[in-house]
Design a binder for this molecule. Sequence first.
Ligand SMILES: O=P(O)(O)OC[C@@H](O)[C@@H](O)c1c[nH]c2ccccc12
Length: 256
Amino acid sequence: MSNILDRILATKRQEVADRKANPRAWPQPTPPRGFKAALDARAAAGGYGLIAEIKKASPSKGLIRADFDPPAHARAYQAGGAACLSILTDRDYFQGHEDYLIAARAACDLPVLRKDFMIDPWQVEEARAIGADAILIIVAALDDGQMAEIEAAAFEQGMDVLVEVHDAQELDRALRLKSRMIGVNNRNLKTFEVDVQKTYELVARAPANCTFVAESGLISRGDLDAMAEHDIRCFLIGESLMRQQDVEAATRNMIG
Ligand SMILES: O=P(O)(O)OC[C@@H](O)[C@@H](O)c1c[nH]c2ccccc12
Protein backbone atom coordinates (compact mmCIF):
# COMPACT_ATOMS: atom_id res chain seq x y z
CA MET A 1 0.00 0.00 0.00
CA SER A 2 1.46 3.33 -0.98
CA ASN A 3 1.02 6.25 1.38
CA ILE A 4 0.16 9.81 0.36
CA LEU A 5 3.80 10.93 0.36
CA ASP A 6 4.68 8.11 -2.05
CA ARG A 7 1.82 9.17 -4.31
CA ILE A 8 2.87 12.82 -4.24
CA LEU A 9 6.47 11.86 -5.09
CA ALA A 10 5.37 9.65 -7.98
CA THR A 11 3.32 12.51 -9.42
CA LYS A 12 6.23 14.89 -8.85
CA ARG A 13 8.65 12.71 -10.80
CA GLN A 14 6.31 12.83 -13.78
CA GLU A 15 5.81 16.58 -13.39
CA VAL A 16 9.56 17.27 -13.28
CA ALA A 17 10.12 15.14 -16.38
CA ASP A 18 7.41 17.12 -18.23
CA ARG A 19 8.85 20.45 -17.09
CA LYS A 20 12.37 19.53 -18.13
CA ALA A 21 11.01 18.63 -21.57
CA ASN A 22 9.04 21.90 -21.86
CA PRO A 23 10.78 24.50 -19.68
CA ARG A 24 9.09 27.86 -19.16
CA ALA A 25 11.14 31.04 -19.57
CA TRP A 26 11.26 33.26 -16.48
CA PRO A 27 12.18 36.91 -16.07
CA GLN A 28 15.41 37.59 -14.16
CA PRO A 29 14.64 37.34 -10.42
CA THR A 30 15.90 39.88 -7.89
CA PRO A 31 18.75 38.57 -5.66
CA PRO A 32 17.98 36.27 -2.74
CA ARG A 33 16.55 37.89 0.37
CA GLY A 34 18.16 36.26 3.42
CA PHE A 35 15.57 33.82 4.72
CA LYS A 36 17.34 32.29 7.70
CA ALA A 37 18.79 35.68 8.64
CA ALA A 38 15.29 37.19 8.77
CA LEU A 39 14.08 34.44 11.12
CA ASP A 40 17.17 34.63 13.32
CA ALA A 41 16.85 38.42 13.61
CA ARG A 42 13.33 38.14 15.05
CA ALA A 43 14.29 35.44 17.51
CA ALA A 44 17.42 37.37 18.59
CA ALA A 45 15.26 40.44 19.23
CA GLY A 46 13.13 38.38 21.63
CA GLY A 47 10.18 38.04 19.26
CA TYR A 48 8.72 35.17 17.30
CA GLY A 49 10.10 34.37 13.84
CA LEU A 50 7.03 33.52 11.81
CA ILE A 51 7.08 31.83 8.42
CA ALA A 52 3.54 32.57 7.25
CA GLU A 53 2.25 30.19 4.63
CA ILE A 54 0.16 30.97 1.57
CA LYS A 55 -1.81 27.77 1.05
CA LYS A 56 -5.08 27.45 -0.85
CA ALA A 57 -5.79 23.79 -0.22
CA SER A 58 -4.17 20.61 1.07
CA PRO A 59 -4.73 16.89 0.60
CA SER A 60 -5.70 16.52 4.26
CA LYS A 61 -8.04 19.55 4.53
CA GLY A 62 -9.31 20.16 1.00
CA LEU A 63 -10.05 23.79 0.14
CA ILE A 64 -8.82 26.07 2.93
CA ARG A 65 -9.32 29.53 1.39
CA ALA A 66 -11.94 30.30 -1.26
CA ASP A 67 -11.06 33.98 -1.87
CA PHE A 68 -7.43 33.13 -2.51
CA ASP A 69 -5.31 36.19 -3.36
CA PRO A 70 -1.55 35.60 -2.98
CA PRO A 71 -0.36 39.25 -3.28
CA ALA A 72 -3.01 40.42 -0.79
CA HIS A 73 -2.10 37.63 1.64
CA ALA A 74 1.60 38.48 1.28
CA ARG A 75 0.97 42.13 2.14
CA ALA A 76 -1.26 41.15 5.08
CA TYR A 77 1.35 38.76 6.47
CA GLN A 78 4.06 41.40 6.19
CA ALA A 79 1.89 44.08 7.81
CA GLY A 80 0.99 41.61 10.58
CA GLY A 81 4.66 41.07 11.42
CA ALA A 82 5.68 37.84 9.68
CA ALA A 83 9.44 37.40 9.11
CA CYS A 84 9.14 35.20 6.01
CA LEU A 85 6.62 33.63 3.65
CA SER A 86 6.12 30.01 2.61
CA ILE A 87 4.25 29.54 -0.67
CA LEU A 88 2.93 26.21 -1.92
CA THR A 89 3.72 25.71 -5.59
CA ASP A 90 2.61 22.08 -5.97
CA ARG A 91 -0.43 22.07 -8.24
CA ASP A 92 -1.76 18.57 -8.05
CA TYR A 93 -2.17 18.14 -4.29
CA PHE A 94 -2.13 21.70 -2.87
CA GLN A 95 -3.67 23.75 -5.70
CA GLY A 96 -0.49 25.78 -5.70
CA HIS A 97 1.27 27.47 -8.62
CA GLU A 98 4.64 29.07 -9.30
CA ASP A 99 2.83 32.21 -10.46
CA TYR A 100 1.45 32.58 -6.92
CA LEU A 101 5.01 32.74 -5.61
CA ILE A 102 6.05 35.28 -8.23
CA ALA A 103 3.05 37.52 -7.50
CA ALA A 104 3.29 37.25 -3.71
CA ARG A 105 7.02 37.94 -3.59
CA ALA A 106 6.61 41.00 -5.83
CA ALA A 107 3.97 42.36 -3.45
CA CYS A 108 6.19 42.44 -0.34
CA ASP A 109 9.78 42.57 0.92
CA LEU A 110 9.79 39.27 2.79
CA PRO A 111 12.03 36.32 1.94
CA VAL A 112 10.07 33.44 0.42
CA LEU A 113 10.30 29.67 0.82
CA ARG A 114 9.21 27.65 -2.19
CA LYS A 115 7.12 24.98 -0.49
CA ASP A 116 7.20 22.01 -2.80
CA PHE A 117 8.53 18.47 -3.01
CA MET A 118 12.14 18.70 -4.18
CA ILE A 119 13.42 15.53 -5.80
CA ASP A 120 15.84 16.92 -8.40
CA PRO A 121 18.40 19.78 -8.41
CA TRP A 122 16.70 21.01 -11.58
CA GLN A 123 13.77 22.16 -9.40
CA VAL A 124 16.19 24.18 -7.29
CA GLU A 125 17.27 26.20 -10.29
CA GLU A 126 13.64 26.69 -11.21
CA ALA A 127 12.91 27.80 -7.63
CA ARG A 128 15.54 30.54 -7.85
CA ALA A 129 14.35 31.50 -11.34
CA ILE A 130 10.87 32.22 -10.00
CA GLY A 131 12.40 34.21 -7.13
CA ALA A 132 12.48 31.76 -4.20
CA ASP A 133 14.88 32.70 -1.40
CA ALA A 134 14.79 29.27 0.26
CA ILE A 135 13.77 25.72 -0.56
CA LEU A 136 12.49 22.80 1.49
CA ILE A 137 14.20 19.45 1.82
CA ILE A 138 11.86 16.79 3.20
CA VAL A 139 14.13 14.15 4.71
CA ALA A 140 11.44 11.45 4.47
CA ALA A 141 11.33 11.92 0.69
CA LEU A 142 15.03 11.56 -0.17
CA ASP A 143 18.16 9.51 0.43
CA ASP A 144 21.30 11.11 1.85
CA GLY A 145 22.95 11.56 -1.55
CA GLN A 146 19.89 13.28 -3.05
CA MET A 147 19.59 15.58 -0.04
CA ALA A 148 23.24 16.65 -0.27
CA GLU A 149 22.95 17.27 -4.00
CA ILE A 150 19.81 19.38 -3.65
CA GLU A 151 21.29 21.33 -0.73
CA ALA A 152 24.48 22.06 -2.70
CA ALA A 153 22.42 23.32 -5.64
CA ALA A 154 20.50 25.66 -3.35
CA PHE A 155 23.62 27.05 -1.68
CA GLU A 156 25.17 27.60 -5.08
CA GLN A 157 22.21 29.82 -5.95
CA GLY A 158 22.53 31.74 -2.67
CA MET A 159 19.37 30.25 -1.21
CA ASP A 160 18.76 28.92 2.30
CA VAL A 161 17.49 25.41 2.98
CA LEU A 162 14.84 24.39 5.49
CA VAL A 163 15.43 20.72 6.30
CA GLU A 164 12.24 19.05 7.47
CA VAL A 165 12.13 16.08 9.83
CA HIS A 166 9.50 14.14 11.69
CA ASP A 167 11.44 11.80 14.00
CA ALA A 168 14.82 11.34 15.69
CA GLN A 169 16.27 9.20 12.92
CA GLU A 170 15.39 11.84 10.31
CA LEU A 171 16.90 14.52 12.55
CA ASP A 172 20.19 12.58 12.67
CA ARG A 173 20.18 12.43 8.87
CA ALA A 174 19.32 16.14 8.63
CA LEU A 175 22.29 17.04 10.80
CA ARG A 176 24.67 15.41 8.32
CA LEU A 177 23.77 18.23 5.92
CA LYS A 178 25.31 21.71 6.11
CA SER A 179 22.14 23.69 6.63
CA ARG A 180 21.48 24.69 10.21
CA MET A 181 17.82 25.50 9.69
CA ILE A 182 15.78 22.51 10.83
CA GLY A 183 11.99 22.22 10.81
CA VAL A 184 10.01 19.65 12.74
CA ASN A 185 6.82 18.86 10.89
CA ASN A 186 4.23 17.91 13.48
CA ARG A 187 2.20 16.41 10.63
CA ASN A 188 3.21 12.95 9.49
CA LEU A 189 3.19 13.22 5.68
CA LYS A 190 2.42 9.50 5.37
CA THR A 191 -0.67 9.48 7.59
CA PHE A 192 -1.60 13.21 8.03
CA GLU A 193 -1.66 12.69 11.78
CA VAL A 194 -0.72 15.90 13.65
CA ASP A 195 1.00 15.78 17.03
CA VAL A 196 2.67 18.95 18.35
CA GLN A 197 4.56 16.79 20.87
CA LYS A 198 6.90 15.96 17.97
CA THR A 199 8.39 19.44 18.32
CA TYR A 200 9.01 19.04 22.04
CA GLU A 201 10.49 15.59 21.51
CA LEU A 202 12.97 16.72 18.90
CA VAL A 203 13.98 20.17 20.15
CA ALA A 204 15.81 18.43 22.98
CA ARG A 205 17.95 16.57 20.42
CA ALA A 206 18.71 19.54 18.15
CA PRO A 207 22.06 21.34 18.52
CA ALA A 208 21.94 24.83 20.01
CA ASN A 209 23.48 26.44 16.92
CA CYS A 210 20.55 25.66 14.63
CA THR A 211 17.52 27.69 13.71
CA PHE A 212 14.74 25.43 14.91
CA VAL A 213 11.28 25.78 13.35
CA ALA A 214 8.08 24.19 14.63
CA GLU A 215 5.74 23.39 11.71
CA SER A 216 2.07 22.44 11.31
CA GLY A 217 -0.92 22.26 13.61
CA LEU A 218 -0.21 25.55 15.42
CA ILE A 219 -3.49 27.33 16.00
CA SER A 220 -3.25 29.88 18.78
CA ARG A 221 -0.95 32.35 20.44
CA GLY A 222 -1.03 29.97 23.42
CA ASP A 223 0.54 27.20 21.31
CA LEU A 224 3.44 29.51 20.50
CA ASP A 225 3.87 30.78 24.05
CA ALA A 226 3.99 27.20 25.34
CA MET A 227 6.75 26.40 22.85
CA ALA A 228 8.66 29.56 23.73
CA GLU A 229 8.98 28.16 27.27
CA HIS A 230 11.18 25.53 25.62
CA ASP A 231 13.16 28.18 23.69
CA ILE A 232 11.34 27.46 20.42
CA ARG A 233 10.86 30.83 18.77
CA CYS A 234 10.35 30.11 15.06
CA PHE A 235 7.13 28.79 13.58
CA LEU A 236 5.63 27.82 10.24
CA ILE A 237 1.88 28.41 10.19
CA GLY A 238 -0.56 28.04 7.32
CA GLU A 239 -4.10 26.87 7.82
CA SER A 240 -5.04 28.70 11.01
CA LEU A 241 -4.06 32.05 9.45
CA MET A 242 -5.41 31.32 5.96
CA ARG A 243 -8.85 30.58 7.42
CA GLN A 244 -9.17 34.05 8.97
CA GLN A 245 -11.05 36.74 7.08
CA ASP A 246 -8.63 39.41 8.36
CA VAL A 247 -5.23 37.80 7.80
CA GLU A 248 -3.27 40.84 8.98
CA ALA A 249 -5.07 41.03 12.33
CA ALA A 250 -4.83 37.25 12.80
CA THR A 251 -1.09 37.39 12.18
CA ARG A 252 -0.62 40.24 14.61
CA ASN A 253 -2.69 38.44 17.26
CA MET A 254 -0.59 35.32 16.79
CA ILE A 255 2.85 36.93 17.20
CA GLY A 256 2.44 40.61 18.11
O1 LIG B 1 -1.33 24.55 7.79
P1 LIG B 1 -0.50 24.22 9.00
O2 LIG B 1 -1.05 23.07 9.80
O3 LIG B 1 -0.23 25.45 9.84
O4 LIG B 1 0.94 23.71 8.45
C1 LIG B 1 1.78 24.54 7.67
C2 LIG B 1 2.97 23.76 7.12
O5 LIG B 1 3.73 23.30 8.20
C3 LIG B 1 2.53 22.60 6.24
O6 LIG B 1 1.82 23.13 5.16
C4 LIG B 1 3.68 21.76 5.73
C5 LIG B 1 4.81 21.45 6.41
N1 LIG B 1 5.62 20.68 5.67
C6 LIG B 1 5.05 20.46 4.47
C7 LIG B 1 5.52 19.77 3.37
C8 LIG B 1 4.73 19.74 2.24
C9 LIG B 1 3.50 20.38 2.20
C10 LIG B 1 3.02 21.08 3.29
C11 LIG B 1 3.80 21.14 4.44
